[in-house]
Every structure is written in structure tokens, then in C-alpha cells.
Design a protein around this ligand. Structure first.
Ligand SMILES: *Cc1c(COP(=O)(O)O)cnc(C)c1O
Length: 220
């Protein structure tokens, strides 16, 4: 693997370039460094290089890794990008600064309750099953208006939409669709784009890109 600081500069400059082409401000895009499966030792160099926003897909793994890292490094912002079970809502609200995987009714209730109890508002993205894939998480596009209404009734802080497009197909139409849905619902945030396609996502309006392997190398 190349030098993590170099990898970070490369990814950031690719984001900047894509933003420039799309006549967007590069600082309108937050780079989330997805550190899932990587140990603290692999994360520290990125923190040292200035990265502060990280993403994890499992509550338990994040609980094991991040309290120590946060004690040693100020200003860390942690995003949950993976599926969340309702019975982990309290843990997720305590640990994460943003949740990208709100995708069903039962989680609306669980998260609202957890945030009330903790006295802590954690911004959420609604994950949309943008390619209508059977095995994939995310709310169906047709179910989005009702789910959004529920989040509003529960006063959950929803800041945008998130998607993971189908593998091995050109992702641009899916990103464009998520952008349109967010627009339609008056939501500013678009969490879309991973190592293989974040430049396309930035050109199509991503406000948050979730990049793992381009920063950390391939996972086991
Ligand atoms: C793992 C993961 C990523 C990062 O994937 P890379 O291809 O390694 O950049 C982004 N989003 C989600 C939801 C993930 O699970």
C-alpha cells in the first residue's frame, strides 16, 4: 500500500477536480474515510495526515476501535454507513455523529427514542434502495415519502439521502436519481460515491463520499 498521506492527497485532489468540472465548490463535499475492517494502527496515519471524518459499517467494531482513537485525537467525526438493527440504536446514537442507514419505520421509532434518551440529536440520511435490488438494504423509492413523513412526525433530524448503486453497472443514472429525489424532498445531503465512482458522484451532486479502499488499500 502507498503512503496513507499520499493516498489522502490523491483522493482529495480527485474530489477537487471533479467538483471543479461540475462548477461546484470542493468544500461542499465531505470525504468520509471508510475504515471498516482496518485496525487502529492503519487509521492513525490518516488522522496524522489531517483526516477527521471516518465511516464504519458495524456498531460493535466501531465501539472496539474508536473510543481509544478519540481519546488520543481531537475533532474526530464518526459516521455509521452500515445497516443498523433497532436494538443497537442506543449504542449508535451514543457513538456516531451521523447515521447514513435509516431505511425503515422501526428504526425511526428506535432512533427517535434513543436520541431523546441520550439528549443528543444525530443527523441521519435515509438510505434508498436506488436500484430496487432485492437483497439490498434501503427504503424502496415508492416508500420514501411515507418514511420521510414519519421522520418528520418523530422530529428526527434527516439531512439527506444515501445510496449504494448496483454493482457492475454504470452508477451515474442512480446518482442522478438520488440527487433528484433529494431535490424533490427539499433535502440538502446526498451520501453517494465510493472508491470506484466517487468522482462521478461528486459531479452529480454528492455532498458526502464514502471512500475506503482508495485510502486504505483493499480489504481482506
Ligand atoms: C465499504 C463501504 C464503502 C467504501 O467502499 P470502498 O469501495 O472501499 O470505497 C462505502 N459505502 C458503504 C455503505 C460501504 O459499506
Amino acid at each position: 500500500m502507498t503512503d496513507p498521506a499520499q493516498a489522502l492527497r490523491d483522493v482529495q485532489s480527485r474530489i477537487d477536480h471533479a467538483a471543479k468540472i461540475a462548477q461546484r465548490r470542493a468544500d461542499a463535499v465531505t470525504l468520509i474515510a471508510v475504515s471498516k475492517t482496518h485496525p487502529a494502527d492503519a487509521i492513525v496515519p490518516l488522522i496524522a495526515a489531517g483526516q477527521r471524518v471516518f465511516g464504519e459499517n458495524r456498531v460493535q467494531e466501531a465501539q472496539d476501535k474508536w473510543p481509544g482513537l478519540r481519546e488520543a485525537h481531537a475533532g474526530i467525526e464518526l459516521h455509521l454507513i452500515g445497516q443498523l438493527q433497532s436494538n443497537k440504536a442506543d449504542d449508535a446514537v451514543a457513538l456516531f455523529d451521523c447515521i447514513h442507514s435509516l431505511d425503515r419505520s422501526s428504526l425511526v421509532g428506535a432512533l427517535a427514542k434513543a436520541m431523546d434518551k441520550a439528549g443528543r440529536q444525530v443527523p441521519c440520511f435515509i438510505q434508498v434502495n436506488i436500484g430496487a435490488e432485492e437483497q439490498k438494504g434501503g427504503c424502496a423509492i415508492a416508500a420514501l415519502p411515507a418514511l420521510l413523513a414519519e421522520t418528520r412526525a418523530a422530529a428526527l433530524p434527516v439531512i439527506g439521502l444515501m445510496c449504494v448503486p448496483p454493482l457492475d453497472i454504470e452508477p451515474a443514472p442512480f446518482f442522478a436519481l438520488l440527487d433528484k429525489l433529494a431535490d424533490d424532498h427539499g433535502l440538502a445531503g446526498r451520501s453517494m460515491g465510493m472508491s470506484g465512482d466517487f468522482e462521478t458522484a461528486v459531479m452529480l451532486g454528492a455532498t458526502h463520499v464514502r471512500v475506503g479502499s482508495a485510502l486504505f488499500g483493499t480489504r481482506e
